[in-house]
Ligand binder design. Sequence first.
Ligand SMILES: Cc1ncc(COP(=O)(O)O)c(C=O)c1O
Length: 375
Amino acid sequence: MRENFVPFELERIMSIWEYQVEYNLSESGVHPMTTDELLQGNPDLIQKLTQVELNYPQTNGSVELRENIAALYPGATREHIVATTGAAQANFTSILTALDPGDQIAVLLPNYMQIWGIAKNLQLDVRTFSLKEELGWGLDIDELNRTVTDKTRLIAVCNPNNPTGHIMSSEEMNAVIAAADKVGAWLLADEVYAGAEHNTDSVTPSFYGRYDKVLAMGSLSKAYGLPGLRIGWVATTQDMAEEIWARQDYVTICTTMLGNWLGAYALSPEVRPRILDRTRNHVRHGYNNFNKWCEENADLVSFIPPQAAAIGFVRYKRQFNSTQFVERLIQEKKVYVVPGDHFGLDHHLRISYGLSDTYVNEGLKLLKDLLLSVE
Ligand SMILES: Cc1ncc(COP(=O)(O)O)c(C=O)c1O
């Protein structure tokens, strides 16, 4: 690895261990669907799918896919959308497009550290502001306002948040918009967990349409349980969508034809509610099971209930480092959870519960054994 390169620890370690361990509790989405489940075994649809020509789709996304995505954002048309290879590429290409080396960026912590790592590698001037545990993972608005300066070119948030599951209140959203507006910064909102809410059937509102310089990221990976399709997107201004598309020509050219076809199907008004219902059932059922474990083990862990996503971000009541603990957990117990270090916050573990109860409970039992045996 070149000396100054900052690797994306979370994704790299995950890709090494997720298929090696016996209990992989590192995923943030719900258990993925099969193609058959998505198509409900419908023979006509299966026939149609097998007849799809495996050509390049339109490189910014098929018309049908982009129209179905645009329908999720009030006021958007397909010209506001670029379909990307997951939200990962949407984030990457957007940062590449909006910023130049040396530009200042303000990133919310704790966070999926992709944007933070991209920013470091592009030699941006990275500042951070936080959701605070003592505020029930609420946004520290004073810190946000101190962090954003006249030089800030982009503010990056993740809402609903990975790893805490916090959903911003309107007051918090308004504070972020006001901070961006004050200095004319772009606002990048990674919204891939919208649709995986715990306490409401209303999808978390997007930042799109609330301010004129928004890059709103979405994906089929998390709330739709379709990570293997590798379909994500960015919803933004028409000009910015053109600019991002122009850079995508150099990176991936486009997403896949099957991804476009199945993605457009999943996002169609007839199918989307069924998928979101499935996700919320997984998330809510999994949460109840996981919460029971946390309550039973209150001497070992504390936990602020998430409002979205199938992940619990628990603080453990011990002093050891989270990465070292997870290394032992993998080696000694064949269980993998994500160390808090990978989100910029030690002494925490991110544990997924969007899987079957038996699987999660067995993993948790082994995790507890190790927690009990270390200081
Ligand atoms: C906040 C966040 N953004 C983006 C991604 C990448 O998602 P995708 O599979 O759509 O590339 C992830 C994956 O874990 C994530 O948690």
